[in-house]
Design a protein around this ligand. Structure first.
Ligand SMILES: [Cu+2]
Length: 464
């Protein structure tokens, strides 16, 4: 008779739904989480030691040891996710949240993951980037039968190479990923690795996008490009926690992209190296300094830097539409349009009407605009100097000299040294000298008269 282990290895997948109560009792307990707060790192109680990751606005799945096997239990299910205070989305995720918990193991660990499906349709889990037996790859129909609603499947493989990986369904993928089904997987090196340096802080998060109509709760799952909420771990600014570090810390940030477009992620005030991808650690001679890294769909980029500049440094997607929340994307451009008198007339018909954007849209961040229920302002957030005018994929790396090692708490806003903040100039101001072009860019322009004398030629082919 084959024992249980041999059966698993031989069959690849073992459906255990429908077996008796006693057998079900062997399943690891399901850990659930309902908060979107950043959980403190989960220190390994047994096995090889490592420096655990901190999942931004997320958490690490607890496991149990069963003999020499690390066992996890994921439950695919509908969840409620607070996208930022003031907005809750009805998503699909794992163990109470979207994204699911980070799975954290050590190179060489034998890992067994039970996956229970509490969705209304079938699913699978694909372990993106991993070396594993083909039958554990999680492609519904191709490498395994789908996991029907109500059933539990089990995956088992050895975490063969260290790195940062992702997990997501490979079943009705467009819908299930648009609903928020995704998670991260970190495999730590078992011993000192020549290409993986120890770090003081190790953060991770996933890039995602949702299309949730203002006033509603459920994403539109057929959207291909026009998403209106761009998220770090299913959160938008100002709901994304800051990354709080001590000055001089070596910091690693692992960022996976399971949205439908690329995101150039930009860090202020420091240069970083890309030290790893889904394919593994980057050879040291192939690294170069960057301040922005473009992360394509289905890619993970792992960046590292020494946080040696104190302050509140922005970390954000450089696509400016991705640092906006819903509402803003379809607003017509009104710069230069004279609204005088129009708003009052329209307000007689539509009492909430406001003329928007006549002088740009910054005023949007400051005024109290009536919003549909369950809808966030499109640009928002307050810091010590006023409105930050952001949304979506934006957060702050807070570097402080007195942040204690291992302390991830928010130190508040940076206390700038006196005289080190941009401020209004108190001296005299001269009018700028303007240059009027006389042809192609290769031709020298004509500098006009003295300051204050500006010769401006009108457009030539216009009348009126
Ligand atoms: Cu982006």
């Amino acid at each position: 008779m084959p024992n249980r282990r041999q059966f698993l290895a031989g069959a690849g997948l073992l459906a255990i739904g429908g077996v008796g109560r006693a057998a079900l009792a062997v399943l690891p307990e399901v850990a659930l989480r309902h908060s979107a707060d950043t959980a403190m790192p989960l220190l390994p109680a047994d096995g090889a030691s490592y420096n655990p990751v901190v999942t931004l606005n997320g958490w690490t799945a607890p496991w149990r040891m069963n003999g020499s096997v690390k066992e996890f239990h994921l439950v695919a299910e509908p969840v409620e996710r607070v996208i930022a205070p003031g907005m809750t989305a009805r998503l699909w995720g794992y163990n109470g949240q979207s994204p699911g918990p980070t799975i954290e193991v050590v190179e060489g660990d034998r890992v067994r993951i039970f996956v229970t499906n509490r969705l209304p349709e079938h699913t699978t889990v694909h372990w993106h980037g991993q070396r594993l037996p083909n039958g554990m790859d999680g492609v519904g129909g191709l490498t395994q039968p789908h996991i029907p609603p109500g059933k539990t499947f089990v995956y088992e493989f050895i975490a063969r190479r260290p790195g940062t990986f992702m997990y997501h369904p490979h079943a009705d993928e467009m819908v299930q990923m648009a609903m928020g089904m995704m998670g991260l997987w970190v495999t730590h090196p078992r011993k000192r690795h020549p290409l993986i340096d120890p770090v003081d802080r190790d953060f991770c998060f996933l890039l995602g996008a949702f299309d949730i109509e203002p006033g509603s709760y459920t994403p539109k799952t057929n959207t291909m490009l026009d998403f209106n909420l761009f998220t770090f771990n299913s959160r938008v600014f100002p709901g994304i926690d800051s990354l709080n570090v001590r000055r001089g810390d070596r910091v690693r940030i692992r960022i996976g992209n399971l949205s439908m477009t690329n995101h150039p992620i930009h860090l202020h005030g420091h240069e970083f190296d890309v030290t790893g991808t889904d394919g593994g650690p980057t050879p040291k001679e192939a690294r170069w300094p960057e301040v922005t890294v473009d992360i394509a769909v289905g890619q993970m980029r792992q960046i590292e830097f020494v946080a040696d500049e104190e302050g509140d440094w922005a970390l954000h997607c450089h696509k400016s539409h991705h640092t906006m929340n819903a509402m803003g994307h379809d607003v017509p451009t009104m710069i230069g349009v004279d609204h005088r008198g129009i708003a009052e007339r329209i307000q007689k018909l539509v009492p909430d009407y406001m003329a928007m954007g006549e002088r740009g849209m910054a005023e949007m961040a400051e005024m109290e605009m009536p919003l549909p229920d369950n809808t966030l302002p499109m640009m928002t957030g307050q810091a010590q100097f006023g409105a930050v005018e952001m949304g979506g994929m934006f957060t702050v790396v807070k570097v402080r000299r007195d942040q204690r090692p291992g302390d991830y708490s928010n130190p508040g806003w940076y206390k700038h040294p006196v005289g080190r903040v941009a401020h209004e100039w108190a001296g005299g101001v001269m009018d700028p000298v303007r240059t009027v072009g006389t042809g192609g860019q290769s031709m020298p322009g004509t500098t006009t008269g003295s300051p204050g004398m500006i010769n401006v030629r009108g457009p030539s082919r216009h009348t009126g």
